[in-house]
Design a protein around this ligand. Structure first.
Ligand code: PEP
Ligand code: MN
Length: 338
């Protein structure tokens, strides 16, 4: 950390800053210029809180030199991390499309969905048993029964499952059902207690971006999971809130190359919750893959107009299949495969 002292800062004030730095186990290097004194804190500067330093008498401002995130940072881990999801690699050359309905409804709906997901060429399946809904009167998901339905349907097709965990009290049940990938939804990106708990297990976690989260907040949320020991983290950009009301959210395509630079972990995109309309999904998917996403999370329903949740944004089985073909072409151009 570099601390710039105010013009005319006294020796006692400089000494006060040095003392504070040392209290945290770091060394201080004082550089006296003609007008200002600059103090360099040497050691693990993550222990130093910028607000605490800035509040010391005589300090003009301070800045961190290293990133506040460590385990998830590419700075310390140059190679891309490839996460193995029951034999399906995510984060490598092969792009993974995770298809499936917004929510688990019935056994028949999930069995049909699984067949279509498999037939389209997807290697992973999504479906929510616990749904975060804006209204408490809307369908809240089938709950544990939904996990059972999903597990059985996906197993018939040999598809690993991705499903959302909202409540830490359900974690053991998720483990009992061998959920292959736990999704942390946008509304829970900064539910730090939930992040800490999924940090203690080894199940891969999809961490969706909070709808108003900055890249830095998102990386720090991932660091919470990583700090607990679980390094199997997948970032998922799902659109952010802006002033625009034409579409559900704004897909932040810029976040893809930025995250690929900042972290070694896989980055996927959810074009369904970004656009909120099925007709936007192919265009947003193509953009995401072209921009370097390692995968997509796409909503598909056997009969979209009958979906219990997010009916307007679900692709039908034929549309998913067609999309897979188009994405294959883009993947080839950028030296990847689907
Ligand atoms: C979902 O994927 O089903 C979902 C609720 O997404 P988000 O958390 O991005 O709104
Ligand atoms: Mn949905």
């Amino acid at each position: 950390m570099i601390i710039v002292m105010e013009n005319g800062a006294s020796d006692a004030q400089i000494e006060g800053v040095v003392k504070k730095i040392k209290e945290f186990g770091l060394d201080a290097n004082v550089s006296r210029g003609t007008e200002r004194t600059v103090i360099g804190a040497i050691g693990d500067e993550r222990k130093l809180d910028q607000e605490m330093i800035d509040a010391l008498p005589g300090v003009e401002n301070s800045m961190h030199i290293v990133k506040p995130y460590k385990i998830v940072a590419r700075e310390w881990h140059k190679e891309n991390t490839v996460i193995d999801i029951k034999g399906v690699p995510l984060g490598g050359k092969q792009i993974q499309i995770i298809g499936g309905p917004c929510s688990v409804e019935t056994q028949a709906q999930m069995e049909q969905s699984a067949k279509f997901v498999k037939a389209a060429g997807c290697r992973l399946m999504r479906g929510g048993a616990f749904k975060p809904r804006t209204s408490p009167y809307a369908f809240q998901g089938k709950g544990v029964e939904g996990l059972d339905i999903f597990r059985k349907a996906a197993d018939q097709q040999g598809l690993p499952i991705v499903t959302e965990l909202m409540d830490v009290r359900m974690l053991d049940t998720f483990l009992e059902y061998n959920v292959d990938v736990i999704q942390i939804g946008t509304r829970n990106m900064q539910n730090f207690d939930l992040l800490k708990e999924v940090g203690k297990i080894s199940t891969p976690v999809i961490l969706k971006r909070g709808m108003s989260a900055t890249i830095s907040e998102w990386l720090m949320a991932a660091e919470y999971i990583a700090a607990g020991g679980n390094h199997n983290i997948i970032f998922c950009e799902r659109g952010i809130r802006t002033y625009e009301t034409y579409y559900r959210n704004v897909l932040d395509v810029t976040a893809i190359p930025v995250l690929k630079k900042e972290t070694h972990l896989p980055v996927i995109v959810d074009p369904s919750h970004a656009g909120g309309k099925a007709w936007m999904v192919p265009a947003l998917s193509r953009a995401a893959i072209a921009a370097g996403a390692d995968g997509l999370l796409v909503e598909m329903h056997p009969k979209p107009c009958e979906a219990w949740c997010d009916a307007d944004q679900a692709l039908n089985p034929e549309e998913l299949k067609q999309l897979m073909g188009e994405l294959g072409g883009i993947a080839q151009v950028i030296g990847r495969s689907i």
